[in-house]
Design a protein around this ligand. Structure first.
Ligand SMILES: Cc1cc2nc3c(=O)[nH]c(=O)nc-3n(C[C@H](O)[C@H](O)[C@H](O)COP(=O)(O)OP(=O)(O)OC[C@H]3O[C@@H](n4cnc5c(N)ncnc54)[C@H](O)[C@@H]3O)c2cc1C
Ligand code: FES
Length: 246
């Protein structure tokens, strides 16, 4: 469904990560779902850009976006009061499990996990949050995460900790959790899969999307021996079932 919304608030968290807040009432949104955002009013760029729900409260939807290329740069130039065309929500929402959880975020992968954390906090599900980035300045929403997580660990490869998010997992007794959720670059998910953690891990997958709604098969991944569409069957899959083509 195409929705025309107005940007109510815009905030730069770092020099390349910003948030856009729009008013979109009465939706039942679930973690893992995303919107396809039009970056311009013309057909250039032609494809919409998939952006996760980072927060949804009182009808206010927050999208947190990292500028990586032309489309996200154009979104970063939008101003408060401007209209934004978004389609969705797309993707299968996660059904929350009342289990002791570990959230593992790498880079901008923190965006959908913030919404998962918001929902878990609302349902009083206990969770710890491990969040890693390359440069310390790229850590966003630290105080918010610290407030709602039972324990939060923040690391930066080029910061004081000199540690990757997966390195930080060594500080934890992973078997003490029932379930983990991870989102980050594919390289991080591949390395996480190799760690073979003793608990189920659910990965939020990202890829270039074409249609974003299950029609073009442009986002297919091999999952448990079958092709699945990230946009329609995912984007969240159990990590051990994913065959990454390295
Ligand atoms: C389901 C889903 C949810 C997403 N949620 C968010 C979010 O909440 N916030 C956010 O900032 N980004 C998110 N992304 C990634 C975002 O969609 C891309 O960064 C964006 O489409 C890039 O558009 P662009 O025109 O700026 O870059 P392009 O000009 O298309 O590409 C620039 C560079 O970014 C890389 N790139 C482009 N798209 C992706 C991608 N999907 N995954 C990895 N690398 C990519 C390219 O390899 C290239 O190096 C999500 C992607 C998916 C599939
Ligand atoms: S992007 Fe077209 S089927 Fe997923």
């Amino acid at each position: 469904m195409v929705r025309r919304v107005t940007i109510k608030k815009k905030q730069w968290f770092t020099d390349e990560i910003f948030g856009l807040e729009v008013h979109l009432p009465n939706l039942d949104l679930q973690p893992g779902q995303f919107f396809q955002v039009r970056t311009s009013t013309t057909y250039d760029p032609f494809l919409n850009r998939p952006i996760s729900i980072a927060s949804y409260k009182g009808g206010r939807l927050l999208l947190i976006i990292k500028v990586v290329g032309r489309g996200t740069k154009m979104l970063g130039q939008k101003k408060v009061g401007e209209d934004l065309q978004i389609l969705g929500p797309f993707g299968k929402g996660l059904k929350l499990k009342k289990k002791k959880s570990l959230l593992i975020a790498g880079g901008i992968g923190v965006a959908p996990l913030l919404f998962l954390a918001q929902k878990m906090y609302g349902k009083r599900i206990e969770f710890d949050f491990v969040y890693g980035v390359k440069k310390e300045q790229a850590l966003i929403k630290k105080s918010h995460i610290s407030q709602i997580a039972r324990h939060a660990i923040f690391v930066a490869e080029q910061g004081r900790s000199k540690m990757t998010v997966l390195g930080a997992l060594d500080m934890l007794d992973i078997a003490s959790y029932d379930i983990a959720y991870a989102c980050g670059p594919t390289t991080m998910l591949i390395e996480l899969q190799k760690l073979n953690l003793p608990i189920p891990v659910y990965a939020f997958c990202e890829d270039f999307l074409g249609c974003g709604c299950g029609l073009c098969l442009g986002c297919a991944i091999m999952y448990k021996g079958e092709y699945k569409r990230i946009c329609e069957d995912g984007p969240v899959f159990e990590l051990k079932g994913i065959s990454f083509d390295e």
